[in-house]
Write a protein that binds this ligand. Structure first.
Ligand code: NAD
Ligand SMILES: O=C(O)C(=O)C[C@@H](O)[C@H](O)[C@H](O)COP(=O)(O)O
Ligand code: ZN
Length: 365
């Protein structure tokens, strides 16, 4: 078991990573200041609930916590204002008060949705992340919470940090193969932006990671969480440095939105987006091996690297215009310089971006 800290002064919090943690949840919540006098709401989804809800709920109830629950349909479509409103209704009917916690049990969808409920219910409650996907090593840390708008990803949201991330890696053993790969996309992203040797480690240990081998998984998740915690600790609200966590997301979010949320998993869309970023890096002067290496890493993790031809370049360009990093009429991108190192580049020409989107449909250069 390992514990990392997101260092944010009085709002600092632990990321506890290990095996068998669901059954110890009660004592961990108590250590983070959550009390038994108010009801707490677990939000989870229709795939995660049958697997882990009873275990978490009974662990908490056995420590004296009063728990109410809500189960949303699994999938990206639940990150919507309609489901958010249902969760608000559940919080009200469940009697949550200002000392209550909203507890997210699941992947990034549940985490982002529950976090936004927690940020806004009575103007803010305690928030606890209990991630159960590989991808959620990224989403459970850092306090970006949101729901989608049909036109653009994560458009309605807030920064609201959890008081605890309790990551029971035993839960990952039930993930379907496609979700495993999608989660590894954000893991290798943490290497690509920050740590060349970690990016190579992800590629070299792809077989163990894909097979959910516990030691490899725990090592990769700790490394990924450590990068995320470090970046968030230095720049909580994305004034500058934090933007690097968005590598591949400008194109990736556009793909998710235009394809209809859920057709591409987030990690899959981001993988294609990271190939686009590598192409951009090469055009701006990086060694061409940057692109081939990026593609080989993603392929090793069984991720897509080519944009399906039926997605229109015009639609992608138009969806990209809503990217949160685009300001004052400029297209700004996180651009890799080499494996493990990126920079934020302002004012990239839309002709170059359009060219790259077209090239992404053809595969490797
Ligand atoms: N807030 C952030 O910083 C941040 C970072 C990265 C991604 N995200 C968001 O996270 C979302 C993607 O998260 P995700 O990939 O975890 O998707 P997800 O939450 O939809 O989970 C993936 C699938 O796995 C199922 N599942 C969850 N845990 C399981 C388990 N242990 N066993 C079997 N099945 C399980 C879910 O029901 C779902 O069908 C996107 O909306 C993305 O925008 C947010
Ligand atoms: O935490 C961050 O900052 C990230 O950019 C992490 C991303 O992996 C994540 O998908 C995030 O939700 C994207 O945020 P957005 O601000 O681009 O909506
Ligand atoms: Zn992401």
């Amino acid at each position: 078991m390992g514990t990392l800290t997101v260092d944010l002064g009085e709002r600092s919090y632990p990321i506890i990573i290990g095996r068998g943690l669901l059954s110890q949840a009660g004592s961990h919540l108590k250590k983070c200041g959550i009390r038994t006098g108010s009801p707490h709401l677990i939000i989870t989804d229709s795939n995660t609930a049958p697997l882990y809800l009873e275990k978490l709920q009974s662990a908490l109830e056995s420590e004296g916590f009063q728990i109410v629950t809500a189960i949303v349909p699994a999938g990206e479509q639940s990150k919507s204002l309609a489901v958010y409103e249902e969760m608000m209704t559940r919080a009200i009917t469940g009697g949550l008060d200002r000392k209550s916690a909203v507890i997210a049990l699941g992947g990034g969808v549940v985490g982002d949705l529950a976090g936004f409920v927690s940020a806004t219910y009575m103007r803010g409650t305690y928030f606890v992340q209990v991630p159960t996907t590989i991808l959620a090593h990224d989403s459970s840390v850092g306090g970006k919470v949101a729901v989608n708008h049909p036109l653009a990803k994560n458009m309605i949201g807030a920064f609201h940090q959890p008081v605890l991330v309790l990551y029971d890696v035993d839960t990952l053993q039930t993930l379907p193969d496609r979700e495993v790969s999608a989660g590894l996309s954000e893991m290798v992203k943490h290497g690509l932006i920050w740590d060349e040797s970690f990016a190579h480690w992800c590629r070299d240990h792809a077989a163990e990671l894909l097979a959910l081998q516990p030691e490899a998984l725990e090592y990769g998740l700790e490394k990924g969480c450590a990068v995320k915690a470090e970046v968030v600790s230095r720049d909580e609200r994305e004034n500058d440095l934090r933007a690097i966590l968005n590598l591949g997301h400008t194109i990736g979010h556009a793909i998710e939105a235009i394809a209809g949320y859920g057709e591409f998993l987030h990690g899959e869309a981001i993988a294609i987006g990271m190939v686009g970023s590598a192409k951009l890096g090469v055009r701006l002067g990086a060694d061409p091996s940057l692109e081939t290496e990026t593609v080989s890493m993603l392929k090793a993790l069984r991720l897509p690297t080519v944009l399906p031809g039926h997605l229109s370049t015009d639609d992608i360009m138009s969806a990209m215009s809503h990217d949160k990093k685009f300001t004052e009429g400029q297209m700004n991108f996180v651009v890799p310089k080499a494996i493990g190192s990126v920079e934020f580049v302002r004012g990239i020409s839309s002709d170059m971006v359009r060219d790259i989107v077209d090239e992404l449909k053809k595969g490797e250069a």
